[in-house]
Design a binder for this molecule. Structure first.
Ligand SMILES: [Fe+2]
Length: 500
């Protein structure tokens, strides 16, 4: 197995040295050269046409969720077309030891997505494949957006790319995702249902976009391997390797599974072979456990993951645009619950995560990137720029932000420094804390929040798999040239597999 030798951690991580967070950027990143030529198209969730095109989200919430039915239609069509019920990707050719990458919530087509690419190519030089985890294409999974938001950024990645869909891919009825990854020729059948709500929903439901004549050609010009052959058997799948089985699930718009997929999940999870779940929605996030409901079944996704007979060692989910790790004790074992959605789209705050105490995971066990102090400093800078007329009225320097967070969670600042937040830090921190920074904020005010300069606080994962262990590292992308050349390692841990 090829591994990158860890450099002394204190040299390379924002956990130990502020310089590696990208606050001071002595050399700009080269990533802008990868971006499409010409002006960047303007995009705003506040534009009526965008709100209308993303209407499947409120339709699901107010008129009921037809994604289960539509997914079943996609899967049935795939099984018929492929002549098998099997949804396995056989990668036994990789042998006993191999490495791969995960990049979560990638597809905004904005500078932060491209900023991840140089480090990802460098660290992933010898990797076997890449997994795009959740929200492959924003805002609505449109097949025509795959040119600049998928084929262009990953044009130089040599291996195959597998993917797990997220809610934004479903705003297109999963049409773009199925076309690109599964080679599906045309959308599944129309959604059914009786009653006023279902009728209304059927009339309003956004069907997949029509693929423009030149879309696939332009994609293949940039990334010749794209779609030849399709990399996925369906929207959910298993990837079978010698040491570990990877199980990718499709959590639709609201995060639940259809019953048929739930039964499939239980079936493919049986047995003592080590498994890692890859999901569009994380099971542990922001100090909460969200177990993942399954329609018409009396068990959850987390029940399957926690069942000792199934031997899951980790569950990695996208959707939230930062990194979080919860090593949860389960019946004498540890299952690593990871959020990894910082591979491209705008950053979700970590400073709003309270002191961690969930199902046996304590604050001392918890890891996140960006550090909460950096997240608070970032948002104080953002709000200073956007609403305080570019003054520094709300700005908190990273060391002070770190001291304030430490005082809130009864700890010491992660990278040392003062433990005493100034009074003005407390006042500014309270004010910034009151301002929105969650998903709704980004959904409707993403243009307002657009931030294209370092520090960008993006990340991707590298997994090194062998018969005895899986090593997982979280590499940062800040947008600075120095971290493109030597991406900081923000987390590095090993999961023993007990094989050999
Ligand atoms: Fe997302």
């Amino acid at each position: 197995m090829t591994t990158i030798e860890p450099v002394a951690e204190e040299r390379v991580s924002s956990r130990h040295d502020e310089r590696f967070a990208g606050w001071e950027c002595s050399e700009p990143g080269t990533f802008k050269k990868l971006m499409p030529p010409g002006p960047r198209p303007k995009f705003s969730w506040l534009r009526p046409s965008i709100l209308w095109s993303a209407r499947n989200d409120p339709l699901v919430r107010y008129l009921g969720d037809p994604t289960d039915e539509q997914r079943q239609q996609w899967v049935a069509a795939q099984r018929e077309r492929r002549g098998t019920d099997d949804l396995t990707i056989d990668r036994s050719d990789l042998g006993d030891s191999f490495s791969f990458l995960i990049a979560g919530d990638t597809g905004e087509g904005t500078p932060p997505q491209f900023a991840v690419v140089p480090g990802l190519l460098k660290v992933g030089e010898d990797t076997a494949f890449l997994v795009a985890l959740s929200d492959v294409i924003y805002p609505i999974g449109d097949v025509n957006d795959y040119v600049d938001k998928f084929a262009r950024p990953y044009a130089a990645y040599p291996g195959p790319i597998y993917a797990v869909p997220g809610n934004h891919d479903w705003y297109d009825g999963l049409g773009g995702f199925m076309r690109i990854f599964c080679g599906a020729e045309w959308p599944a059948g129309k959604i059914r249902g009786t009653g006023l709500k279902a009728q209304l929903r059927r009339r309003l439901w956004r069907q997949p976009s029509i693929c423009a004549e030149d879309t696939l050609g332009r994609c293949r010009e940039l990334r010749p391997a794209l779609g030849q052959p399709p990399t996925l058997p369906g929207p959910y799948w298993t990837l079978e390797t010698g040491p570990v089985r990877f199980v990718g699930i499709d959590t639709g718009i609201v995060g639940n599974l259809d019953g048929e997929q739930g039964d499939w999940l239980r079936e493919v999870s049986r047995g003592s072979k080590p498994k890692i779940l890859l999901t569009g929605k994380p099971l542990y996030v922001n100090n909460k456990c969200e177990p993942g409901l399954i329609a018409g079944r009396d068990f959850t996704v987390d029940d399957v993951v926690r069942d000792p007979e199934n031997n899951y060692v980790a569950a990695i989910g996208g959707d939230i645009h930062n990194y979080q790790r919860y090593p949860a004790p389960v019946d004498g074992r540890t299952i690593q619950y990871i959020v990894s959605g910082g591979g491209g789209a705008f950053m979700h705050a970590t400073h709003t995560i309270p002191k961690v105490d969930v199902n046996g995971v304590s604050e001392d066990d918890f890891k996140c990137y960006p550090l909460r102090g950096d997240s608070l400093a970032f948002y104080s800078r953002l709000y200073s720029q956007k609403i305080a007329l570019r003054s520094r009225a709300l700005q908190i320097v990273p060391e002070q932000a770190s001291a304030l967070i430490a005082s809130r969670v009864n700890s010491v600042p992660t990278r040392g420094g003062t433990t005493r937040p100034l009074l003005r830090t407390r006042v500014r921190g309270s004010f910034v804390g009151l301002l929105p920074s969650g998903q709704t904020f980004h959904k409707y005010l993403s243009e307002f929040a657009t931030w294209v300069d370092p520090p960008l606080f993006k990340h991707f994962l590298r997994l090194d798999v062998s018969p005895t262990e899986v090593r997982i590292r979280c590499f940062a992308a800040t947008g600075c040239g120095a971290q493109e050349k030597d991406p900081p390692v923000e987390d590095d841990f090993v999961i023993p597999l007990g094989g050999g």
